[in-house]
Design a binder for this molecule. Structure first.
Ligand code: HEM
Length: 560
């Protein structure tokens, strides 16, 4: 019988053999070289060590293929091997330190911009993902300080309170129509139209509305929160805006690479087209805002621009001062609309899933929120009663007096989001946490650092049975037995100067939307049975899902 070598010699041409052997040799040499050069070494800077580089096989690409195949499994495995809280990967010959120890993460987030910052990243995202005109980047740089300062309109009073008030008012108006039981799309609410709704008669004759829960919750939140930022005219005139925003979100990372529209990646092509449509809509909005600002007549469809939120009004002054084009303004607003919707709406979706999965938890939460979300149903004396309505909704109290609901919010941020923060290392510096005897690490100029918040969230050293969702995990009691929940060591909103500017609003809207839904609606899996938790799909922050998430929804009964 021929040996393997005889078989190869007889059947494979010398040229193919040479290429194959050459490739194997390159892979082996790359592996050897990367493990020799990558081991963590002591430096002469206060006991600092270099970050250990994970050995790789493929030159130039490094760990890109591992990340492309299954990034979660890959980095989770490395977390078990590299136990000191940081390891480095090679992407396209650039070095990326991946930090998962929360104390090291805090140390990085608090670095001064001269050591580590993400300005170049946000600039690139503005251009590649949100369509900012490249010939106006100098204006963007010049206006950046003022644009960042204007975020106080999302963060501090009275502006934050005004946004929350508008959102509460809209929620009270809309929540009774979360589903309408209308068969015709003409009569349905915008969030129903995208959720494949249908009226279903259950055994026994009870009518329920069947819907896909993710688009229903996501678009309900988007439509209800958006007027606080963009005013009421915008969505009235462009009801398809969010359809395209979700398409852009699916192709977000492809857009960020800067690949052109004709690249044969369907998600990328669709994202380019969706972005074009949304920028054109934003152009119209800003043309009207400019006229409105100048006291000129605007199209009658835009007669309500006075109720545009204070952040956009503050930005108008900046845009005008720096003579930014309508397209530049459009792209900045496009980015804001993405940031304010991409994560918070899907977070509410996960909160609803986790809560309705556990009927006992649902009952406890309904009791907890009852003093702060009052529902009334008018007695008409007629055979068909009026639908119930929320008459009182106290968001402040939901955030301070409802620790179980707040703990559910934190637990969803812990388990249902996979945010990574990104920094470019601008000069060599030593990163050290404030923990006693903490190992200092040397980060080198020209490399990059990422904080993998999801690795920390799944770390058994910090969270017992980390993969189990536990509603009350984050509640701490004071000496008077009053409970409170906070983010603890998790950092889903990033940190430092680039920390999420909408986090205060995100907390309030997540609490208020979730409370309003659980107060008013009963939800069960379509066709009955036990709740099936949707599978995560990687997104830019809070996870999405590819599951259909079909549910049956009916009004809660308040009187017999
Ligand atoms: C659960 C909801 C949310 C999550 C998990 C989230 C997360 C994040 C993260 C991780 C960043 C980047 C931070 C960094 O680079 O260190 C960010 C930035 C930002 N977020 Fe959020 N966010 C949420 C909701 C919101 C909302 C509701 C708004 C607006 C109302 C908003 C506005 C922004 C803005 C404007 C930035 C850019 C900040 C800058 O460029 O300096 N976010 N967010």
């Amino acid at each position: 019988m021929a040996t393997t070598w005889e078989y190869i010699a007889n059947n494979i041409s010398p040229r193919t053999l040479t290429i194959a052997l050459g490739t194997i040799l390159v892979l082996i040499l790359t592996r050897l070289f990367s493990s020799l050069t990558g081991t963590s070494k002591s430096t002469n800077q206060n006991g600092a060590k270099t970050v250990p580089l994970v050995p790789y096989w493929i030159p130039f690409l490094g760990h890109i293929p591992n990340m492309a195949i299954n990034s979660n499994a890959f980095v989770q495995k490395l977390q078990k091997t590299y136990t000191s809280g940081v390891f480095a990967l090679n992407f396209g010959s650039t070095t990326h330190s991946i930090i998962y120890d929360p104390h090291l993460a805090t140390a990085l987030l608090n670095q001064k911009p001269a050591n580590a910052d993400n300005h170049s990243v946000s600039r690139r995202l503005m251009q590649c993902t949100f369509g900012y005109p490249s010939n106006e980047l100098d204006k963007y740089d010049a206006a950046l300080g003022e644009l960042l300062a204007a975020y106080k309109h999302l963060q501090i009073e009275p502006h934050l309170g005004d946004m929350v008030d508008v959102t509460v008012r809209k929620t009270k108006e809309s929540i009774a129509n979360f589903v309408t039981f209308m068969e015709s799309p003409v009569d349905q609410m915008p969030w129903e139209k995208v959720s494949d709704v249908k009226v279903v008669e259950k055994e026994g004759g009870e009518k329920v509305m069947e819907a896909s829960l993710l688009p229903l919750v996501r678009d309900f939140c988007a439509w209800t929160a958006n007027p606080a930022i963009m005013g009421t005219d915008f969505l009235q005139n462009f009801p398809e805006f969010f359809d395209d925003l979700w398409i852009l979100d699916r192709g977000f990372l492809y857009l960020a690479t800067g690949l052109p529209r004709w690249t044969p990646i369907p998600l990328l092509t669709r994202a380019h087209i969706a972005r074009k449509r949304n920028l054109e809509r934003m152009d119209v909005f800003h043309e009207m805002m400019e006229k409105h600002w100048n006291g000129e007549m605007v199209d009658s469809k835009w007669s309500g621009l006075d109720d545009v939120g204070s952040l956009i009004k503050a930005r108008m002054e900046i845009y005008r001062k720096h003579k930014m084009s309508i397209r530049a303004r459009a792209s900045i607003e496009h980015a804001l609309n993405w940031a304010s919707n991409a994560n918070s709406n899907s977070l509410v979706f996960w909160m609803i899933n986790r809560i309705y999965e556990d009927r006992a938890l649902l009952a406890m939460l309904r009791d907890e929120i009852a003093p702060y979300v009052k529902v009334e149903q008018e007695e008409t004396g007629l055979p068909i009663s009026e639908p119930p309505r929320i008459t009182h909704l106290d968001v402040g109290a939901l955030c301070t007096e409802c620790p179980l609901l707040k703990s559910c919010y934190v637990e969803c941020l812990r388990l249902d989001s996979g945010t990574w923060s990104f920094k470019e290392i601008k000069s060599d510096f030593v990163l050290q946490s404030r923990q006693k005897d903490a190992q200092p690490w040397l980060l080198r100029q020209g490399t990059y650092a990422h904080i993998a918040h999801d690795l920390h969230s799944g770390d058994p050293n910090y969270f017992e049975n980390p993969m189990v969702w536990k509603a009350d995990r984050h509640i701490r009691y004071d000496e008077k037995e009053k409970g409170a929940a906070d983010l603890g060591t998790i950092r889903p909103y990033g940190g430092g100067s680039s920390m999420c500017k909408g986090r205060q609003f995100a907390l309030k809207e997540s609490m208020l939307f979730t409370a309003a839904i659980i107060a008013m609606w009963d939800i069960e899996p379509a066709v009955g049975g036990s709740w099936k938790m949707p599978k995560h799909r990687q997104a830019t922050g809070v996870y999405a899902t590819d599951d259909t998430t079909r549910v049956w929804i009916k009004r809660r009964k308040f009187s017999d």
